[in-house]
Design a protein around this ligand. Structure first.
Ligand code: HEC
Ligand code: HEC
Length: 353
C-alpha cells in the first residue's frame, strides 16, 4: 500500500468510528460521570495502587491474551493492514499509534490513537503504571487531558484489577516504536463536553462459575455494544435497542484498500430478526474464521482479535448473548442499504423495519 492510500484508509476508518460509534461514548461517559460508582470500595487494597505493578509471567500471558484478543488495544493503537484476513498489525508498528483522521463534524478535527509503546521520546517510556490506570479507568491522559471516548474507557473501567494490571504489564513489555503522533485537534464545543469519570478503587475478579455473568463481563471488556447498539442523532444509544445492530461503518472491509464499503453492525439478540439460528458451535466457528456459510464478515468486526479467545470464553460470551432481550430489527449487509425508521440510518433491509 502506498502511504497516500494508507492515509485515506485510516481516514475512512476514522470517520466510521468517530462519527458514530463513540460520539455515543460521550453521552454514555457523561451519564456515568453523574452516577455514584457502586464499585468503589475504599477499604480494599489493590495491586493497581502499587508504584510499579509486579511483572510476573502470569500477568504477561494474561495481558497478551486481553490486548491481542478481547480488548483489542493493538487494533486501534497500531497501523493495521486491512488487506489481510485476519487483519495484521503493520510489522514494527505494534501500539505505535495510528492516524484516525478528520471526524467530519464541521470545524477542523483530527484524532490520533497515541503511541503507547514504551518509546521514551514518543511513547509511554516515561509514564508511570498509574498513568495507564487513569487512562483506562477514568479517561484521563498522561498529560491530564480528558480522552475522547473513542477510547472505550467507559467499558475498560469495569475490568477487574487483576486483568487491568495484566494489560498494563504486557503493554509495557512490548518493543518501543519510534514514531511521533501529533496532538489531537478538537473544537472547543467538543472539548467542553468531555468529562473524566470518577476513580474506581477496586474491581474484583468476575465469578467464572456463573457462565452468563462471566459472559457479560467478557462482552463488556470486548465493548460489543459500542458497535452493536444503534445511536440517535445526538449519539445516544437508542433505548430498547441494546445489541440490536444497525450502525453503519464505512471502510476498506473487503480487503481492497481502494474500495470503501458500508457495513452495518448486526442484531445479536435472540429475536427472529437477530441470530436465533446460531448455536454455540456455529458462533465459535464464525468468530474463528470470520465467515458464516461462505459469507465473509467485514474486518471492522474484530473477529481477527476475538478468534484468539479460548473456547470456554467464547462459550460464555454466547451464553450471555442468548439472555439478551430480543430486539425486533432486521439488518442484512447482503442487501442494498435503505432507510430504517427504527435506527434512523440506512442499512440492508432497513425499509422492512
Ligand atoms: C476503539 C479504539 C481504541 C481501543 C480499542 C483502545 N484505545 Fe486507547 N485510545 C484510543 C484513542 C482514540 C485515544 C486518544 C484519545 C484522545 O486523545 O482524546 C486513546 C488513548 C489511550 C491512552 C492515553 C494515552 C495518553 O496520551 O496519555 C492509553 C494509555 C490507552 N489509550 C491505552 C489503551 C489500552 C491499554 C487499550 C486496550 C485495553 C486501548 N487503549 C484500547 C482508542 C482506543
Ligand atoms: C468495531 C465494531 C464492532 C465491535 C466492537 C463488535 N462487532 Fe460484531 N460486528 C460488527 C459488524 C460491522 C458486523 C457485521 C459484519 C458483516 O456483516 O460483514 C458484526 C457482526 C457480528 C456477528 C455476525 C452475526 C451474523 O449474523 O453474521 C457476530 C456473531 C458478532 N458481530 C458478535 C460480536 C461480539 C460478541 C462482540 C464483542 C465481543 C462484537 N461483535 C464486537 C462490528 C463490531
Amino acid at each position: 500500500m502506498s502511504q497516500r492510500v494508507t492515509d485515506n484508509v485510516f481516514r475512512m476508518f476514522a470517520r466510521t468510528r468517530l462519527g458514530i460509534l463513540l460520539i455515543a461514548g460521550i453521552a454514555l461517559a457523561v451519564a456515568i460521570a453523574y452516577r455514584a460508582d457502586k464499585r468503589v470500595n475504599a477499604q480494599t487494597k489493590s495491586v493497581l495502587d502499587m508504584e510499579t505493578i509486579p511483572r510476573t509471567p502470569e500477568r504477561l500471558a494474561r495481558g497478551k491474551y486481553l490486548v491481542e484478543g478481547l480488548a483489542q488495544c493493538s487494533f486501534c493503537h497500531s497501523d493495521i493492514d486491512f488487506s489481510k484476513r485476519p487483519v495484521e498489525v503493520v510489522p514494527g508498528m505494534r501500539n505505535g499509534g495510528a492516524d484516525f483522521g478528520d471526524l467530519d463534524m464541521g470545524p477542523p478535527t483530527h484524532l490520533f490513537t497515541p503511541n503507547i509503546s514504551p518509546d521514551p521520546e514518543y511513547g509511554s517510556g516515561k509514564w508511570k503504571d498509574a498513568d495507564f490506570v487513569r487512562a483506562l479507568r477514568q479517561g484521563i491522559g498522561h498529560d491530564g487531558r480528558t480522552l475522547y471516548p473513542l477510547m472505550p474507557y467507559q467499558f475498560f473501567r469495569q475490568m477487574s484489577d487483576e486483568d487491568l494490571a495484566s494489560v498494563i504489564v504486557y503493554e509495557r513489555s512490548l518493543p518501543p516504536v519510534h514514531v511521533e503522533r501529533p496532538k489531537r485537534i478538537l473544537p472547543e464545543k467538543i472539548l467542553k463536553m468531555l468529562q473524566p469519570l470518577p476513580p474506581v478503587a477496586h474491581v474484583p475478579e468476575p465469578d467464572r462459575t456463573d457462565r452468563v455473568a462471566y459472559g457479560k463481563y467478557l462482552v463488556t471488556v470486548g465493548h460489543c455494544s459500542g458497535c452493536h447498539t444503534p445511536v440517535d442523532e445526538h449519539g445516544k444509544p437508542i433505548p430498547g435497542m441494546e445489541f440490536g445492530g444497525g450502525l453503519p461503518l464505512p471502510g476498506p472491509w473487503t480487503g481492497d484498500p481502494k474500495k470503501i464499503v458500508y457495513v452495518a453492525s448486526l442484531n445479536l439478540t435472540p429475536d427472529p430478526s437477530g441470530i436465533p439460528y446460531f448455536d454455540e458451535a456455529m458462533f465459535i466457528q464464525t468468530i474463528r474464521t470470520g465467515q458464516l456459510k461462505g459469507r465473509e464478515l467485514a474486518t471492522i468486526m474484530p473477529w481477527s482479535y476475538f478468534r484468539n479467545l479460548t473456547d470456554d470464553d467464547l462459550k460464555a460470551i454466547f451464553a450471555y448473548l442468548r439472555t439478551l432481550k430480543p430486539v425486533q430489527h432486521l439488518v442484512d449487509n447482503t442487501e442494498p442499504p435503505t432507510y430504517c425508521k427504527v435506527c434512523r440510518t440506512k442499512h440492508g433491509l432497513g425499509e422492512r423495519n
